[in-house]
Write a protein of this length. Structure first.
Length: 391
């Protein structure tokens, strides 16, 4: 862009490239504006937790219906918070997959409509790549930088997967925001994702949905309550970096069934939930020391497997940076354990903020910036891909 200076000469003026991101892969309707792939100008998220809570998980049909209701006001709010008009955005990034097909289609359809109406480029984004860029957004905000190649753990209610992350056509170092990243899958869950296991165990214990936050807080206040059972490391044949949480969830189920002492307090918590009493301060007094010890042992087992596998991958590749993203990355014990282990091993570990850990559109806009700068755009034939692979 050219601007007229006082001297009467034209000078070149640097103008940010601002991308509107749209995310609707599961149960959050989100929109955000990010400048130059790093500066978050706005981020708006409309959660559906209250809608899905009574079902103990996300109901796809209800999620799609709520996305339809929220998508327009959420995008308008994100643009307004950024101090812009829709016509001011330079491109529109939208989640193509993976995710729930109906939910994805809401965001894609609206993104395509906006792109056509405004004459703006449409950039398709892999939801998992968005989680990687969430780490870079937070690092930039904190004045830090992650060297690549790196190992990245993406851990959430729908995904638990390990990737090697590199900057294409680049060696070791800090990537520019426009660098195109490439990925190699190193390990993944063979059954339940870690966040899914949290939700199922919380439901089993009468602690409501979502399970991650409440179990994390209860584990933190267990105050050394003895574990009523011990969960060993999961042993599997094949890839040593793969995860499995289904067996752990089942072990909790069998332990509770075999010990009738849990039944009464579970019923009391379920009654409290039915009354709408689902806050930590309301449920914590209904948990005995035995339950607190069980919750802590469950979380110990999940955190141990996530950290051990990730650190093993980092050691195998001799990387300098470990990236941890996704909803479960907000878990306080997971963060503390990673920081302790990484410091001892000489790695730098990076997390998004808790707001950027869960699904959001700022990470989609950041990923879209890199793709847009590398010429990756879509047309009106773009369709949802619920099983879209990152690598």
């Amino acid at each position: 862009m050219l601007a007229y200076s006082r001297s009467g000469m034209f000078r070149k003026q640097s103008v940010s490239l601002r991308i509107l991101g749209i995310e609707s892969s599961c149960d959050e309707t989100a929109a955000a504006v990010v400048a130059d792939g790093r500066e978050v100008l706005s981020s708006v998220v409309a959660s559906q937790i209250d809608i899905h809570r009574k079902y103990g998980g996300v109901v796809p049909e209800l999620a799609s219906r709520e996305h339809l209701r929220q998508i327009v006001p959420v995008v308008r709010e994100a643009v307004a918070q950024a101090g812009m008009q829709l016509s001011d955005v330079d491109a529109i990034g939208v989640t193509q997959g993976p995710g729930l097909v109906g939910a994805l289609l809401v965001g894609i359809t609206y993104g395509k409509t906006l792109a056509q109406a405004l004459g703006k480029p449409l950039v398709p984004v892999n939801h998992l790549e968005g989680h990687v860029h969430a780490v870079f957004l937070e690092a930039h905000k904190a004045g830090r930088a992650a060297n690549l190649p790196a190992v990245c753990l993406i851990v959430s209610g729908g995904h638990t997967v390990l990737y090697e992350v590199k900057a294409e056509n680049s060696g070791v170092g800090v990537p520019d925001a426009s660098a195109r990243l490439c990925y190699r899958k190193m390990g993944q869950t063979r059954d339940d994702a870690a966040g899914e296991a949290y939700d199922k165990v919380a439901k089993l214990l009468g602690l409501g949905y979502p399970g991650g936050p409440i179990l994390d807080r209860l584990a933190a206040v267990s105050n050394g309550a003895p574990a009523p059972v011990k969960f060993g490391a999961t042993k599997m044949k094949g890839n040593a970096l793969d995860f499995s949480f289904s067996g752990l969830k089942t072990a909790v189920l069998y332990h509770v069934r075999e010990n009738g002492a849990y039944a009464e307090e579970i019923r009391s918590r379920e009654a409290a939930l039915a009354r709408g009493e689902r806050k930590f301060e309301q449920l914590m007094p209904l948990c005995t020391a035995k339950t607190l010890g069980l919750v802590r042992e469950f979380q110990n087992a999940v955190v141990r497997d996530l950290v051990e596998h990730t650190m093993k991958a980092a050691e195998e590749l001799s990387v300098e940076s470990v990236l941890v993203s996704g909803g479960v990355a907000a878990n306080s014990q997971l963060r503390a354990t990673f920081e302790e282990r990484a410091k001892a091993a000489g790695f730098d570990v990076f997390f998004p903020s808790r707001a950027l850990s869960t699904d959001n559109a700022a990470m989609i806009a950041a990923a879209a910036y890199s793709r847009f700068r590398n010429g990756i755009v879509a047309d009106v034939t773009l369709n949802a891909d619920p099983s879209l692979a990152l690598a």
